[in-house]
Write a protein that binds this ligand. Structure first.
Ligand SMILES: NC(=O)c1ccc[n+]([C@@H]2O[C@H](COP(=O)([O-])OP(=O)(O)OC[C@H]3O[C@@H](n4cnc5c(N)ncnc54)[C@H](OP(=O)(O)O)[C@@H]3O)[C@@H](O)[C@H]2O)c1
Length: 365
């Protein structure tokens, strides 16, 4: 753990020699700091063995992210880089989950700060581990907030963390994924049914709607522009749903722009309703009390954190889930299937516009 603590706070000066800047038009094959080839013919039986994969998971300190980290670590085939804003909480959570100390490394990441995202990318490269899979999982949900709160860069918090922080992270780490020699490299952005208005859950008001993205284009800062993507009045629940539409559109735009060029599989998913996670921590107490039984016994959409973690771990590692551009869901028998996104969450023109505005906001264009 001491080593993990040390590596998570590496001084930026040390990282300068390895700093690589990824630009949208400039994704090149690079020599990664890979310590071992992906396939080693070294086993005594002469069988080829796959080296351990390395997966970066944001928000791995609780809920779905932690359950996924645990599921991957337990296979003995994955090392998880837990990208978390609270180092101690993440370390304790991994320990409490029974994860072997050699199966994970905690690296500090606060998605509410673009500087922190850039620093995370430098620190993670200092580890000199290949990056084979990146999972953009962390999220904030502020359904009862009366007033907006803001990231360090002045963006409304839900969209700033859930979409813009992850957008920069994913763009920066794409070149690392591309240079990994792992057989199946993947970038996964966790979506949600609540952003999909072609479902019952997605039709519970307030509904997701990005409109013409005028608020986002204005910087989402409430100064001369709205804090909401569509330019409307602040609504914390809607801001979360909008951010999930952004996540699903971003995954598809990555697929269109980079799947062929890089060989990376881009995917999103709805893991099911994990009604017990910390995501609902800001909801009113009565909601927190009634939501899990409602999901378990009425809608029957409930899944445990453990089951949801296995589902996301499947999207990370299952050799049969290599199709790119897919939004995965699971049926009642826990079998995965390619789900349909709503009209807005699959609008290619909107995805392109979202991409172009987002890259300006995070300083990539
Ligand atoms: N719960 C559900 O029913 C459900 C359904 C569909 C999709 N999802 C999606 O599943 C994902 C995980 O949610 P969850 O239910 O597992 O919720 P959760 O337990 O609250 O986990 C969210 C994680 O995000 C982290 N996080 C929040 N703000 C951050 C920031 N600024 N920088 C870095 N990390 C930050 C949290 O860190 P801390 O531990 O430090 O707070 C936590 O680890 C989200 O993308 C959510 O949209 C959830």
């Amino acid at each position: 753990m001491a080593l993990q603590a040390a590596t998570s706070f590496l001084p930026s000066a040390l990282s300068a020699r390895k700093e690589r800047v990824s630009r949208s038009a400039d994704i090149r094959a690079q020599t990664a700091a890979v310590s071992s080839p992906s396939v080693t013919p070294a086993s005594p039986s002469g069988k080829k063995t796959l080296r351990k994969g390395t997966a970066v998971i944001t928000g791995a300190s609780s809920g779905l992210g932690l359950a996924t980290a645990k599921a991957l670590a337990e296979t003995g085939k994955w090392h998880v880089i837990m990208a978390c804003r609270d180092f101690l909480k993440a370390s304790r959570a991994a320990k409490a989950a029974g994860m072997d100390k050699d199966s994970f490394t905690v690296v500090h990441l606060d998605l509410a700060s673009l500087d922190s995202v850039r620093q995370f990318v430098r620190n993670v490269r200092q580890l000199e581990m290949p990056i084979d899979v990146v999972v953009c999982n962390a999220a904030v949900y502020q359904p009862t907030a009366k007033e907006p709160s803001y990231t360090a860069d002045g963006f409304e918090m839900s969209v700033g963390v859930n979409h813009l922080g992850h957008f920069l992270l994913a763009r920066e780490l794409l070149s690392d994924l591309q240079s990994s020699d792992y057989p199946s490299k993947r970038l996964i952005i966790v979506g949600s049914i609540t952003g999909n208005t072609n479902t019952l859950a997605g039709n519970v008001p307030p509904k997701a709607n990005l409109g013409d993205l005028r608020g986002l284009a204005g910087g989402l800062n409430g100064v001369g522009s709205s804090v909401m993507i569509d330019g409307g009045e602040f609504d914390g629940a809607k801001a979360y749903k909008d951010s999930k539409v952004c996540n699903m559109l971003t995954m598809q735009e990555f697929h269109r722009r980079y799947h062929e060029e890089t060989g990376v599989t881009f995917a999103s998913l709805y893991p099911g309703c994990i009604a017990t996670t910390g995501l609902f921590r800001e909801h009113i107490p009565l909601f927190r009390l009634l939501f899990p039984p409602f999901q378990k016994y009425i809608t029957k959409g409930y899944v445990s954190e453990e089951e949801a973690g296995k589902r996301l771990a499947q999207v990370v590692s299952d050799p049969s889930l290599t199709k790119s551009g897919v939004y995965w869901s699971w049926n009642k028998n826990s079998a995965s299937f390619e789900n349909q996104l709503s009209e807005e969450a699959s609008d290619a023109d909107k995805a392109k516009k979202l991409w172009e505005i987002s890259e300006k906001l995070v300083g990539l264009a």
